[in-house]
Design a protein around this ligand. Structure first.
Ligand code: NAP
Length: 278
């Protein structure tokens, strides 16, 4: 089930006034996505908000339209449903006003790997990983042809922490980081900026979905601080932005070690340690 509604004045009027690309944000009904919507609206970008809860998006859109005057379209879509997802893909392919995609929608499930149901895991992988690929694939050719635009993918520091005990969620977030780095490598030279954002614990409803009371946790970032920091990284055209990491040289060392090992993979013979059977 999906509805598309126009809220606000005409597209031509807004774009001629702002000259800024429209931004399509998935998961824009609450949390990090709703905060991105607010910040991009305040920067004068028209918006396309995508999520399931249309009442929440309507409330956000009418407030932002009143406060900022930007044009806001609402697309009600369950991104795990093929037909809804296909319509968002079409919008990204065909609507030349959209120059920025924020791939933010995502969720978490509670419990250990042994406790989680495989159908829940499959839906998690679909929403947190497959959807991002499909939406990036829908917009990337148009952006590459234009030689302009941006794709922002929301990953997580959990994607760097197999020890966290959130294996499938973390695996989707590692996927998103890799996807972003690969896309930056492929699309960057064509003028398309790709950013991976890695939040740590941030105060949103996602913790309720994972069965965790966020108020019992320490070191939780407020969502406004997270998005404002991520946008500083966006404005600097950082490929990977990790707002909670204070010492940026630690990421540089990790990524540098990854790059350093690449030159050691090109050997036709197995390593000496594997030549002696146990
Ligand atoms: P949130 O408050 O739970 O918001 C998730 C958003 O995704 C909502 O707008 C929700 O809207 C939408 N969504 C969920 N399922 C959907 C579906 N099937 N189809 C379409 N939209 C759907 O979570 P958040 O913390 O803002 O999370 C945003 C992103 O940040 C996620 O990718 C998450 O993994 C990542 N992240 C969060 C944290 C954190 O601590 N909060 C840390 C690291 C990374 P509807 O329910 O209206 O559909």
């Amino acid at each position: 089930m999906m509805m598309i509604m126009n809220i606000g004045s005409t597209t031509e009027k807004s774009n001629s006034m702002t000259q800024r690309p429209a931004v399509l944000i998935t998961g824009a009904s609450t949390g990090i996505g709703a905060t991105y919507a607010e910040r991009f609206a305040r920067r004068g970008h028209d918006l396309v908000l995508v999520a399931r809860n249309v009442a929440r998006m309507e409330a956000l859109a009418s407030r932002l339209r009143q406060e900022t005057g930007v044009v806001i379209d609402i697309v009600q879509a369950d991104l795990t449903q093929t037909s809804d997802l296909a319509r968002v893909e079409s919008r990204l392919r065909d609507d030349a006003r959209i120059g920025i995609l924020v791939n933010n929608a995502g969720t978490a499930i509670g419990g250990s790997f042994l406790e989680q149901g495989v159908d829940d895991m499959t839906r998690l992988v679909a929403l947190n990983a497959t959807v991002l690929v499909r939406l990036a694939s829908a917009i990337a050719p148009r952006l590459a042809t234009a030689g302009d635009g941006a794709i922002v993918n929301i990953s997580s520091v959990v994607g760097l922490i197999p020890e966290f005990g959130s294996t499938v969620y973390g695996a989707t977030k590692a996927f998103v980081l890799f996807l972003s780095q690969g896309l930056a490598h492929e699309l960057g030279p064509k003028g398309v900026y790709v950013q991976a954002v890695l939040p740590a614990a941030t105060r949103t409803e996602i913790w309720d979905h994972a069965g965790v009371d966020v108020n019992t946790m320490g070191n939780v970032m407020e969502v406004a601080d997270l998005v404002d920091a991520a946008l500083v990284g966006f404005d600097r055209r950082e490929p990977v932005t990790i707002p909670p990491l204070h010492d940026a040289s630690q990421w540089d060392a990790l990524d540098g070690a990854r790059k350093a090992i690449i030159g050691s993979f090109g050997n036709a013979q197995p390593a000496e340690r594997y030549r002696t059977p146990v």
